[in-house]
Design a protein around this ligand. Structure first.
Ligand SMILES: Cc1ncc(C[n+]2csc(CCOP(=O)(O)OP(=O)(O)O)c2C)c(N)n1
Length: 643
């Protein structure tokens, strides 16, 4: 039996000897490598926090003390130590463990939002709540990476935490020098200066020796470290930055020295106010394949191959390269996701025309506004879900000023195993709210090139190009144009124009499959690809009038998306043809494969064909189609899909 198998909760850790802890760390690494290479997920970050997580759980008393993992992608070790070893093999599988903390899984999990840079704000609030409620013994621990520390929210929190002198709050900065890629920016340079300082090793040694002479009961370690820090202030200047904010800074210490981390944590806990503990770790530690991976230390497996040939990200990346060659004014912005968003080739070809701003989406967008004001055409490449962060910046800083910024939203729609916080199911609705912004949804690779080309030609306002995760499907040419839309298919021979079916993006191809199925039921379908989902093409009005039902399919939340926009346009033109809008239920959707989640939402071609057939049948049998108002049809809650 392994030691890990005997760990049912943090209490079991507390009785282990130092030798056993070393063995346990090895066992954890074996399980991480064996499992994550099979299930996919965040490998490098978790290998780097093994000793740190063990130390946290030995020193603190979770769940009385609260541990908040920033982003939460590095919480696998925490899962293994809090009773989830037996289920760890189900990681990121439908019905299995999630890839992030999950309150449904464990009382030791608290924050399951995997959008970065929030931990310090959560921790600030928690610590203040415990102070106010008279629970002074509870400590709040936030674990934040140097990457997540580049996010503006983290700095807003630090500013407040520094002023909350009574908060029992420990911020552990897990500094491995990387986010997906080496962390960039002024802060990163400060931290790097500490790490690469030739005297750093010497300082670590000094700290270690000093600590070993420090009696367990006696002069507080914090004081010792603080004293050392003051003494070496001129050597390790960068930490002054935290002190100038008014924060107690401890470190840097070696995050792979479990005993050292434990000792530092105990003293930080006993200090009684907010303390920032700076630990240096190595991403991928203990697994040479990860440590030596030059792209991202195996941050995630499968890795930046997410922009592999055949994927939407890669098609976008290829096209950006081509646009870069013909348009010297086009620049690219990424928020710490150069490889995953497919910008690597553009960056290699035009290194001075790409800006990695760190995990700072809000800044990315307003900085793009500045670039556009300065005469350039920025392309902000971002995962759909992370644009949520920068809604106000998109609305006010970009759109209000009618600036030519193109947003390329990768991972739009259902993403899959990363779960609720990663599904890109909000942008389609949020963008509909923004005056003047134009939104394109390519159905295939050729349309990515076409629509991205059109988007960067727009000079009097922002544009969006959204596409999903994964591989691009087959290419489908249009039969004709219907306004600005592509007509992909008319009703089959002998059938009338029963349904006008508009599929946004790749859902247009789903529409073709549905049309085939409906033809088998004697229902004639006209399939169009709108190409631009905002503004809705006016050609819809005339086309809708020629059909008995309009069906709209989109890979986005149902509320306020393209379907609603179509229904509104038809209402505004007094078109009585009912509209059925099919999209994702407006819920936080659990993890699973993209196919599983789409099926659960009733969005497979088979399910949609059935739902549309039923709608046509209802309209035919209940009342003449023309007597059902589009408003009524568009606003009726969608029944859960028939299984
Ligand atoms: C708002 C937001 N933007 C982007 C991401 C994608 N992302 C997940 S982990 C990560 C890097 C995190 O780096 P760091 O905090 O240093 O942790 P490490 O992986 O190095 O341990 C990024 C950019 C995210 N989760 N949230």
């Amino acid at each position: 039996m392994t030691l890990l198998e005997c760990i049912n909760g943090p209490e079991d850790l507390k009785v282990l000897s130092q030798d056993q802890l070393t063995r346990l760390a090895g066992e954890i690494r074996d399980v991480l490598v064996e499992t994550v290479t099979r299930t996919g997920g965040h490998l490098g970050p978790n290998l780097g926090v093994v000793e740190l997580t063990i130390a946290i759980h030995r020193v603190f008393d979770s769940p009385t003390d609260r541990i908040v993992f920033d982003t939460g992608h590095q919480a696998y070790v925490h899962k293994l130590l809090t009773g989830r070893f037996a289920r760890f093999g189900t990681l990121r599988q439908r019905g299995g463990l999630t890839g992030y903390p999950s309150r449904a899984e464990s009382e030791h999990d608290l924050v399951e939002n995997s959008h970065a840079s929030t931990s310090l704000s959560y921790a600030d609030g928690l610590a203040k709540a415990y102070t106010l409620r008279g629970e002074p013994d509870r400590t709040v621990v936030a674990v934040i990476g140097d990457g997540a520390l580049t996010g503006g929210m983290a700095w807003e929190a630090l500013n407040n935490i520094a002023a909350a002198k009574d908060s029992k709050l420990i911020m552990i900065v897990n500094d491995n020098g990387w986010s997906y890629q080496p962390t960039i920016g002024g802060l990163a340079e400060h931290l790097a200066a500490i790490r690469v300082n030739p005297r750093y090793e010497h300082v670590l040694d000094y700290i270690k020796t000093t600590l070993s002479r420090t009696p367990l009961v006696g002069a507080p370690l914090y004081g010792t470290l603080h004293g050392i820090k003051k003494g070496i202030k001129d050597v390790l200047q960068p930490q002054v930055m935290f002190e100038d904010l008014g924060l107690k800074y401890v470190g840097p210490i070696d995050g792979h020295d479990e005993r050292l981390v434990e000792t530092a944590l105990r003293r930080a806990r006993d200090f009684g106010g907010p303390v920032l503990l700076h630990v240096i770790t190595r991403k991928g530690f203990g697994y040479p394949d990860a440590e030596q991976n030059e792209i991202d230390c195996l941050h995630q497996v499968p890795g930046p191959s997410s922009a592999a040939p055949g994927t939407w990200s890669r098609v976008f990346g290829d096209e950006m390269l081509a646009i870069g060659a013909r348009r010297p004014d086009v620049v690219a912005i990424t928020a710490a996701m150069l490889y995953p968003t497919g910008l690597a080739q553009f960056a290699a070809a035009y290194p001075d025309r790409v800006y990695d701003v760190g995990i700072a989406e809000q800044h990315a967008v307003t900085s793009a506004a500045g670039l556009a004001m300065g005469g350039l055409h920025p392309v902000v490449a971002i995962y759909s879900t992370f644009l949520n962060r920068a809604f106000d910046q998109t609305l006010m800083d970009v759109a209000l000023h009618r600036l030519p910024v193109t947003f390329v939203l990768d991972r739009a729609g259902v993403t899959g195993p990363d779960g609720a916080s990663h599904h890109g199911m909000w942008d389609g609705s949020l963008m509909q709210l923004i005056p003047g912004i134009k939104v394109a949804a390519p159905r295939d690779a050729k349309r990515v090139a076409e629509l991205l080309g059109e988007a960067v030609e727009v000079s009097d306002g922002p544009t969006v190009v959204r596409f999903p995760k994964g591989n691009v499907g087959g290419e489908v040419e249009a039969l004709a144009k219907l306004g600005g839309m592509d007509l992909l298919r008319g009703p089959a021979d002998g059938l009338g124009p029963d349904v006008l079916l508009a599929g946004a993006g790749p859902m247009a191809l789903t529409g073709l499959e549905i049309a085939d199925r409906l033809a088998g039921h004697g229902i004639g379908v006209t399939v169009v690809d709108p190409r631009w989902t905002k503004p809705v093409d006016e050609a819809f009005v005339g086309a809708a009038r020629q059909h008995r039902l309009v069906a709209v399919i989109e890979d986005n939340g149902r509320v306020g998306g393209f379907g609603d926009a179509v229904a509104r346009l038809l209402r505004d033109h007094d078109v009585d043809v009912p509209v059925k809008a099919f999209g994702l239920p407006q819920e936080f959707l659990a993890h699973g494969t993209r196919e599983q989640v789409l099926e659960e939402a009733g969005l497979t071609p088979q399910q949609l064909a059935l739902r549309i057939t039923e709608a046509v049948a209802r309209r035919s049998s209940v009342s003449p189609v023309s007597s059902v108002s589009s408003a009524e049809a568009g606003d009726t809650p969608e029944p859960r899909p028939v299984e």
